[in-house]
Write a protein that binds this ligand. Structure first.
Ligand code: KMH
Ligand code: ZN
Length: 293
C-alpha cells in the first residue's frame, strides 16, 4: 500500500487539457474547438489559464474525426506559433464517420502513421489494451502493436502516456516495462467511466493507483458526471489533472462548459486551494521527459 504524501511534498501538478476528442463535436457543445485555428486559439487560452499539456485529436473541414497527417501538421504548427504548451496526440484517433452515418474505429494502420507527424508532437498516447469501447465496438490495442508504436515513438524521442481503462491494462504496461519496451518513469492515465472499461469508484481508482510502480506519474480521466469529483480526489493524492471538452462537455449539471479554458481555470483554482503548485511548461517537460529538437 502506498504511504500518503503531504501536499507540500508532492511534485508540481501538470494540467492537461483534452480539447476536442474524436467522438462528439460542436453539435453537442458549440464551444468544442474542431478546426486548427480554433484548437490553437483555445490552446493559447488554456496555456494562459495554467495548462501545460494540450491533448490533440484532428477533424476535417466538416468537423469529422480524421487521421489525416496534414491536419495534425496544421494543428501542431499553429499551436507552436502561439505558445510553448506541450502537444500530445491521442493515438486512438476516434470514430471516423461512414457514408451510412455510423462511426468506425480508426484502423491500426491509420493510427501507426501518427508516429510520423511533422512537426514532431511532444508526446503520444498509447491505449494499453483491447476492449469494447462504448461507441465504437472493439477498440483494438494489441500488445505487439503497442510495443511497435512505442518503439517507433522513442526512435523519434517522443515520450508516451499510457491510457489504462482496466486493471489488466496496467499489467500490460508493466509487461512492456519488464521487456524493456517502455521506459521509467511511466506516465499513466487511469481512465474510469468509459462504457466497456472500468466504471468510476473511489475504491477502483485506489486499486489502480496501488498497482502502478513507484515514481510513475498519473492522472485520472473520467467522463461527464464524475469528472470534477474524481479529479479533485486524485489531485489530493498527488495526481496530475486532465480536463477539457473531450471528456466532459458540461461545467455543471445541465450547464454546458463555455470553453476549455473555463474548465482549466476551475481546476487550477481548486488545485491552488488544496495547496498543489501548478507546473510550468518547462517543469512539465522535465517531469514527462519531453525533448524538443
Ligand atoms: N478519450 C479518452 C477516454 C486517446 O485519445 O488515445 C482516452 C484518450 C485516448 O484520450
Ligand atoms: Zn483523446
Amino acid at each position: 500500500m502506498r504511504i500518503a504524501l503531504e501536499v507540500a511534498q508532492m511534485e508540481k501538478l501538470i494540467v492537461t487539457v483534452a480539447q476536442t476528442g474524436g467522438i462528439h463535436g460542436k453539435d453537442i457543445n458549440p464551444a468544442l474547438p474542431e478546426q486548427p485555428d480554433e484548437i490553437a486559439q483555445s490552446a493559447l487560452d488554456c496555456y494562459n489559464a495554467g495548462a501545460s499539456v494540450c491533448h490533440i485529436h484532428a477533424r476535417d473541414k466538416k468537423g469529422h474525426t480524421t487521421g489525416d497527417l496534414n491536419v495534425y501538421t496544421e494543428i501542431i504548427s499553429q499551436i507552436k506559433a502561439k505558445c510553448p504548451i506541450i502537444t500530445q496526440v491521442g493515438n486512438g484517433i476516434g470514430g471516423v464517420p461512414q457514408p451510412d452515418g455510423t462511426l468506425r474505429a480508426a484502423t491500426l494502420e491509420e493510427r501507426m502513421e501518427l508516429v510520423n507527424i511533422q512537426p514532431k508532437p511532444d508526446m503520444l498516447t498509447v491505449n494499453m489494451g483491447t476492449f469494447e469501447f462504448g461507441y465504437l465496438d472493439t477498440f483494438e490495442n494489441p500488445l505487439a502493436w503497442n510495443a511497435e508504436f512505442i518503439k517507433r515513438s522513442y526512435e523519434r524521442d517522443i515520450p508516451i502516456e499510457c491510457e489504462c481503462y482496466d486493471m489488466s491494462h496496467i499489467f500490460n504496461a508493466l509487461e512492456l516495462l519488464r521487456r524493456g519496451v517502455l521506459r521509467q518513469p511511466v506516465h499513466f492515465s487511469l481512465v474510469l467511466g468509459i462504457k466497456g472499461g472500468m466504471p468510476f469508484s473511489p475504491k477502483l481508482l485506489a486499486m489502480m493507483v496501488d498497482h502502478i510502480p513507484e515514481g510513475s506519474t498519473w492522472q485520472v480521466i473520467t467522463i461527464s458526471k464524475f469528472q470534477l469529483s474524481a479529479t479533485v480526489m486524485a489531485m489530493c493524492q498527488g495526481a496530475n489533472i486532465r480536463t477539457g471538452l473531450e471528456d466532459n462537455i458540461y461545467y455543471a449539471k445541465n450547464e454546458l462548459a463555455k470553453s476549455n479554458a473555463q474548465m482549466v481555470e476551475r481546476m487550477v483554482r481548486i488545485a491552488r486551494e488544496v495547496g498543489r503548485e501548478i507546473a510550468t511548461v518547462e517543469e512539465a517537460m522535465q517531469i514527462l521527459g519531453v525533448k524538443r529538437d
